[in-house]
Design a protein around this ligand. Structure first.
Ligand code: ADP
Ligand code: ZN
Length: 620
């Protein structure tokens, strides 16, 4: 396969110009964010740590220096699937790249080694354990090296959830190859993780490039859970033919939800750690290679999913923390096109997470941290402020104004003085003996005539029926917020009983005002229907052409056994549908079309565009 590719750029005499490579190889006209600065720094031989959100354009930060600097660039990557994707995407662009991992046969490995020695490759992706093997290090000593790129660099930190012990050994690289620049990259790095990376990789002398955490193209949406399946269907009906992930907490729920979605006519597959390895691999592969597939999954799915056109990430259950939420939702919209992060949460979720935090066997200090993290997550769910502001605040970044691209911005949430309601709820919990769940306490508040109430004599309590004017649904919302605020706490035994929290005295005495959010009203529901009209392409004929282009891309991808997005990203196809280039020159101007792809695919896509122009009723 490599023999058909043009010779590596370094075969030419002068060092290639980064801007020129950006245009001819990657098909982009200008660098994004700090890319140009980072590339300049690495080209000059400097070490760097790059913190950039997903979709920020990290890959180019080492791929362009790999093409500018003489010799071979070694890219350390923790996951085979991720490596293969990147290698394929580079080959499609005419770059000589290969992966070294356990999926290669002996003779394939030998071939890559030969090419490395011969200087025939620009980039080699390798897993850390392979890189650090004696054989491989010796091989590297026989090659001219351009740089080391350490992708997913947070794997070196024990603070993160993706800690990989092999990453610790990567500090050897500097000792062994002191003249070769290293660039470490990650999308996850809070303060402690960041200093961990610098220290453990011995990068303290390097430059740190930090881009903000914001993902402006992701629309955040958090909705109180009422009838989750209907809510999910309504959401998905706005996302027909799009790829997305639906996260659930348990394996059982993953299976049920995937089956149910399939019965509803969606192409949905389950993914969780309890499935056979081969099944998991097959499902992941289909998710990457097919358009419009819904992956229903536990958090076992996602690490290293580089699919750029994941259009939505749904949480049917609350994630563990805001960090987890940011990371999981971050898998949407890598390509920069509008995408949705949509989450449902309800009283039961809040109770479950509180219980988990209380019952945790961890030492007190750790539990305090966990409680703090949970408070932050619940605060995010219950906020009436802009969600993006709350999220970025949590990561220590200020977002000056409301974003206009989250549910609370799009349909401002009313808050109301809930002091009296809170007092009624708290005193009813107290009078019923602090041993019942929300359901029974609400029955007492609204004055229901249930068998249980009569048996316990709760109709004689002073709080019986005091909350009649408030509908049951609203009471559930109030209880959820009281648990989220810590004014009600969950019993340790795990029966779901509610107890008064330590801070409720002020409220009962009338010394503290409680401001509560009013969950979605009818007005808001109407607004949200209007809001859903958002489309990537406005004109229906452009949308039709986009689907035809996508079908063409799918066929080309199938013939080569590669994911469609390595041929063209959706962002290139949408521009193609909008601009309808008529010749190769115009086609070359599309974002993401470099010279290799122009030559390889220009004709096929121009033909699809021309056919669409001939269809009756279509504008010429
Ligand atoms: P990351 O690894 O940071 O998640 P990628 O390197 O995958 O991000 O890039 C994210 C998206 O941005 C890709 O679709 C990529 O093609 C696009 N991209 C990167 N750099 C540029 C640029 N300079 N101009 C336009 N698009 C870019
Ligand atoms: Zn907002």
């Amino acid at each position: 396969m490599l023999s058909s590719l043009p010779p590596p750029p370094q075969a030419q005499s002068a060092a290639p110009d980064p801007q020129e490579l950006l245009r001819t190889v990657f098909g982009f006209t200008s660098f994004k964010g700090q890319q140009a600065e980072i590339i300049g720094h690495v080209n000059a031989g400097g070490d760097a740590l790059v913190l950039m959100p997903t979709g920020g354009g990290k890959s180019l930060c080492y791929q362009i220096p790999a093409l500018c600097r003489p010799g071979l660039a070694i890219v350390v990557s923790p996951l085979i699937a991720l490596m293969q994707d990147q290698v394929e995407a580079l080959r499609q662009r005419g770059v000589a790249a290969a992966a070294m991992n356990s999926t290669l046969s002996f003779s394939e490995s030998m071939q890559v080694e030969r090419q490395m020695r011969a200087g025939a490759l620009n980039l080699v992706y390798v897993a850390p354990e392979r890189l650090l093997s004696d054989g491989f290090l010796t091989l590297l000593e026989q090659c001219e090296l351009a740089l080391f790129a350490i992708d997913e660099a947070h794997c070196v930190s024990q603070w993160g959830h993706d800690f990989r012990p092999e990453y610790l050994q990567l500090s050897q690289l500097h000792d062994r190859f002191p003249m070769v620049p290293r660039i470490a990259l990650t999308a996850t790095a809070d303060g402690p993780t960041r200093s961990d990376i610098l220290e453990r990789l011995g990068l303290s002398a390097g430059r740190v490039f930090i881009a903000g955490f914001d993902r402006p193209n992701i629309r955040y949406h958090v909705t109180p859970k009422k009838a989750p399946r209907n809510q999910l269907l309504a959401f998905l009906s706005e996302h027909k033919d799009e790829s997305g992930i639906v996260y659930c907490l348990s394996r059982g729920k993953v299976e049920e939800t995937a089956q149910w979605l399939s019965a509803q006519g969606y192409c949905a597959l389950p993914y969780h750690a309890g499935l056979d390895k081969a099944v998991r691999a097959r499902h992941q592969d289909r998710f990457l290679k097919e358009d419009g597939l819904v992956m229903v999954a536990t958090i076992a799915f996602g690490m290293g999913i580089d699919k750029p056109d994941v259009r939505f990430v749904v949480h049917l259950d609350l994630p563990k923390s805001l960090e987890a939420y940011y990371q999981e939702t971050g898998r949407a919209g890598r390509d920069g096109l509008p995408s949705d992060a949509w989450m449902l949460y309800g009283l039961q979720d809040v109770i479950k997470l509180r219980q988990l935090a209380e019952n945790s066997a961890a030492p007190e200090r750790q539990r305090r941290i966990e409680r703090h993290k949970l408070d932050a997550l619940l605060g995010f769910c219950e906020t009436t402020r802009c969600r993006r502001c709350v999220l970025l605040d949590y990561f220590g970044e200020t977002h000056a104004e409301a974003c206009g691209n989250c549910d609370t911005c799009l349909q401002p949430v009313e808050s109301f003085d809930g002091t009296v309601a809170a007092q009624q709820a708290l005193s009813c919990v107290y009078r019923t003996g602090q041993r019942f769940g929300a359901g029974h306490v609400i029955d007492v508040l609204v004055g229901s005539d249930t068998e249980r109430i009569r048996r316990l004599g709760h109709q004689r309590l002073s709080t019986f029926g005091v909350g009649q004017t408030i509908p049951r649904e609203e009471w559930r919302s109030i209880f959820r917020q009281l648990v989220a605020l810590g004014l009600l706490v969950v019993d340790i035994e795990g029966h779901g009983g509610l107890l008064l929290g330590p801070d409720c005295r002020d409220v009962l005495r009338g010394e503290r005002r409680i401001e509560l959010r009013r969950d979605e009203t009818r007005r808001a529901a109407a607004a949200s229907r209007k809001e859903k009209a958002r489309k990537i392409l406005d004109a229906p004929e452009d949308e039709r052409l986009f689907h035809a282009l996508r079908a063409g891309r799918a066929e080309l991808a199938r013939q080569q056994g590669v994911p469609p997005y390595v041929i063209f990203h959706d962002s290139t196809l949408t521009e193609m549908a909008r601009l309808r280039p008529r010749d190769l020159r115009a086609f070359a101007a599309l974002p993401g079309v470099g010279s290799a792809k122009l030559e390889r695919y220009g004709g096929a896509f121009l033909a699809i565009i021309a056919r669409a122009g001939e269809e009756p009723g279509e504008p010429a």
